[in-house]
Design a protein. Structure first.
Length: 295
């Protein structure tokens, strides 16, 4: 009888040890309170970058992909920003040990980027190896940054034109100083007209319809600059300042994120149908096709 009891105890001990071992094998990492543990990076298939029509401009990255099965969910999202403004985003997964449907599960995550204070330019974004880029058409600073810089708005006493002079330090570049000519006089900067960090005159209401000799005489209204559906600018056409949207086409190689202008010699070379009812007229300006959208 004692031998039977002893044998039973040995079997119980072995069974208990096997159960513990089984649990350790089944759960290689201790689960969190929700039963999930950190998993690998998520498989991202595509990203879309949205520029919201606001000022300062807000940038959202929409990442889409698939999880291996229903045991996975999107975990923490890490964003690293380089000194040049490029962003590297990593989306991680969490996984639980359970019986799960073995089918891919699509996901979509919207990630807001902090781009306030960025000067105008092109910036790259990478999400789990998938690359994209966006362009800021103007400095994305707080509205009144110009009150505290050392770049000043000046007016030419002879022809009434405006320019920006003084010293500034564009983001990531050496300091620059531009001295004014003797005919320039200081004028007060206002929320309607001020100097950007790259010495450009920003005129909120622009000068659409003004007489001009060249495109540099024209200034685009702020209401167009903050829009994301086109990189609006101004052009001098028939000696009149007009707001234009340049017509471009994308590189045929999907791995190249770049656009090129449609070149032209005359107005009939241009097709503005892609701009639909926004176009006032389709013109060839300085060798490139543009959609005139305010005049």
């Amino acid at each position: 009888m004692k031998r039977i009891v002893a044998i039973l105890l040995v079997f119980i001990a072995i069974a208990a040890s096997a159960a513990v071992l089984a649990v350790l094998v089944f759960l290689p990492y201790p689960p969190g309170e929700t039963g999930y543990r950190p998993g690998p990076e998520a498989a991202v298939s595509e990203i879309e970058i949205l520029l919201l029509e606001s000022f300062p401009v807000q940038v959202h990255v929409v990442a889409r992909g698939y999880l291996p099965n229903s045991c996975y969910k999107v975990g923490k999202i890490e964003t690293a920003r380089a000194l040049d403004g490029d962003h590297d985003i990593t989306i991680w997964t969490d996984v639980r040990d359970s019986i799960c449907a073995q089918a891919l599960v699509p996901f979509e995550e919207v990630i807001a980027l902090d781009v306030v204070g960025f000067p105008k330019g092109i910036y790259n974004v990478t999400v789990n190896g998938v690359k994209g880029s966006f362009e800021l058409q103007m400095d994305n600073f707080d509205r009144d940054y110009w009150r505290e810089d050392s770049i000043h708005l000046m007016r030419n006493e002879e022809d009434g034109s405006f320019g920006c002079f003084g010293c500034g330090k564009p983001w990531g570049e050496p300091a620059i100083c531009i001295d004014p000519a003797p005919v320039m006089e200081m004028v007060e900067e206002t929320t309607e007209m001020y100097c950007s960090s790259d010495f450009q005159v920003i005129e909120v209401n622009g000068n659409v319809g003004a007489k001009c000799d060249e495109s540099s005489d024209c200034r685009t209204p702020m209401s167009f600059l903050v829009q994301s559906n086109c990189p609006f600018g101004s052009a001098c056409i028939d000696n009149e300042c007009m707001v234009v949207c340049p017509l471009t086409y994308h590189d045929p190689d999907p791995s190249v994120s770049k656009s090129y202008p449609f070149t032209c010699e005359q107005d009939s070379d241009c097709d503005c149908s892609e701009r639909e009812n926004r176009t006032i007229e389709c013109r060839c300006a300085e060798g490139a096709c543009v959609s005139v959208e305010a005049s």
